[in-house]
Design a protein around this ligand. Structure first.
Ligand code: PLP
Length: 418
């Protein structure tokens, strides 16, 4: 036991020394533009609850009704003890929302990525990832055993080269162990979770068609926000019907929890039969599914349109504040002090924000931590995102804004940091 504790302690010291230590902060309020931590109120710019649905009365009512009718627990995996009605209602709503034949839900978005990739690929196949894809996709790729290829972020020429080489190396004439030609799957996000920029979906569809590859798009940060009625970037770009595997989470703009895949009926049937994170896991709380169905209803309603209009207003407001006032760490290593400073270091460099994610690139892990801590002293809660969420030396403050933020919340933010 003593050795065990000593080893863990050594490892934790290394994490601390690298400025990569993480800790939980207890919050005593619901998610919203203002949160309570240890009795103190903070302006919150850390949540992915983009439309403010996580604490919306329609979702809470739906959850309470489902709780009263179906209880708290699902009992077992849906294939073992029967599949509760709220999951089927949610999946029908998702398929209609995304305009695909069918949908399947999972306990989390993370479990969804593992499910989809591992159900479709094995060691004789190839998976091609954008360098910035989410950890759930990277982990799914590794777990599948497929050969992993990475292309630089949104670099279509590089992707073309990777796909061409892949074809040369896997002529498809010889059957694999699975007795079929090797598969090639490209996986990317439509809005990137830590950079907030978008993928060129139309060109990606052209490329995957050119090489006979399949495409998986994770719309975690676009669902509810982009496209007609919040259907996502694929809908906005008119390629919804051309993406084999559409993924999303119910834990962000949808305001509940869980993840989903939308696609053809055959894809969903295969997932039910192959996806280990679906088969060997107890179904989620049925009330979560009911809340998500209610979330989808709000998203597609007039209220949803109003919330999106409000969200894009707030995004523009925050983008303009951050553009005028960046925050520099002090050279002496003391807590960072906000200073007026043009955002020269911003990777995207565009005049308009592409999403509700507005990262302020800082670089050094320690500097990002200092600035986040200075902001907390001023009553502003923004996470310092560090390795392994982003690459070493690319630490950043990841600001997110929601439709629940008022104009005044942002004015107050400006006053507190400037
Ligand atoms: C959050 C996120 C996930 C995981 O979804 P959860 O429901 O939180 O498990 C997957 N992909 C991306 C891009 C994400 O941002």
């Amino acid at each position: 036991m003593a050795d065990f504790e000593r080893e863990l302690n050594d490892e934790l010291s290394i994490i601390r020394k690298q400025q990569l230590h993480r800790e939980l902060r207890q919050i005593d309020s619901p998610q919203g533009p203002r949160i309570q931590i240890e009795g103190r109120e903070f302006l919150n710019f850390s949540s992915n609850d983009y439309l403010g649905l996580a604490n919306h009365p329609a979702l809470k009512e739906a959850a309470i009704r489902a709780l009263a009718r179906y209880g708290t627990g699902a009992g077992a995996s849906r294939l073992i003890c029967g599949s509760l009605a709220p999951f089927h209602e949610l999946e029908e709503a998702l398929a209609a929302f995304k305009r695909r034949e069918a949908a399947l839900t999972f306990s989390t978005g993370y479990a969804t990525a593992l499910a989809a990739i591992c159900s479709l690929l094995g060691k004789d196949d190839v998976i091609v990832l954008d360098r910035l894809v989410h950890a759930s996709i990277v982990d799914g790729a590794r777990l599948s055993g497929a050969r992993l290829q990475v292309f630089p972020h949104n670099d279509l020429d590089a992707l073309d080269r990777v796909l061409r080489k892949t074809q040369a190396r896997t002529p498809g004439s010889r059957g694999s162990a699975a007795n079929r030609p090797p598969r090639v799957l490209i996986a990317t996000e439509s809005v990137f979770s830590m950079d907030g920029d978008r993928a060129p979906l139309r060109q990606l569809v052209e490329l995957k068609d050119k090489y006979g590859a399949w495409l998986m798009v994770d719309e975690a940060h676009a669902t509810g926000i982009l496209g007609t009625a919040g259907r996502g970037l694929a809908e906005a770009e008119g390629v919804q019907g051309q993406i084999e595997i559409q993924m999303g989470t119910l834990g962000k703009a949808v305001g509940a929890s869980g993840g989903f895949i939308c696609g053809s009926k055959r894809l969903i049937e295969l997932l039910i039969n192959r996806a280990r994170s679906f088969i060997f896991s107890t179904a989620p709380v049925p009330a979560a599914a009911a809340a998500a169905t209610a979330g989808l209803r709000v998203i597609q309603s007039e209220t949803g349109d109003d919330l999106r209009t409000c969200l894009w207003d707030r995004i523009a407001q925050l983008h303009s504040i951050l553009g005028r006032w960046a925050i520099q760490p002090q050279a002496n290593g003391a807590a960072g002090t906000p200073l007026p400073h043009p955002l020269a270091a911003q990777r995207s460099g565009t005049s308009q924000a592409a999403s509700a994610i507005l990262p302020l690139l800082i670089g050094e892990e320690s500097a990002a931590l200092q600035i986040a801590s200075t902001l907390r002293e001023r009553g502003v809660y923004v996470p310092a995102i560090r390795y392994p969420t982003v690459a070493h030396g690319e630490a950043r403050l990841r600001f997110t804004v929601t439709a629940a933020h008022g104009k005044d919340d942002l004015r107050e933010f400006q006053q507190r940091v400037v």
